[in-house]
Design a protein. Structure first.
Length: 83
């Protein structure tokens, strides 16, 4: 099966489901995701009350993202934080 591009139900951004993922979803008997990976992570974190998440900008490139640190703390390596 080929990769498939879907639109996230939450943020309306396009995301890709890789061909290898389809076998995994079939194996564990779940439907393919309808939310992008970032929105799925936010939904999982919603039920965890252990951390505060901050919407902020990367201090180097200015890209918006969700972080564990407030804007007052300098974060300059966005790619390192996002994996």
């Amino acid at each position: 099966m080929q990769s498939e591009t879907k639109q996230c139900q939450n943020c309306k951004q396009d995301f890709t489901i890789e061909s290898d993922d389809f076998g995994f979803y079939k194996k564990i008997k779940v439907p393919t995701p309808t939310f992008c990976s970032e929105c799925r992570a936010q939904r999982r974190f919603m039920w965890r009350n252990e951390r505060t998440l901050y919407k902020r900008l990367c201090d180097k490139c200015g890209q918006s993202f969700i972080a564990l640190y407030p804007q007052e703390i300098k974060i300059i390596n966005f790619k390192f934080l996002m994996g």
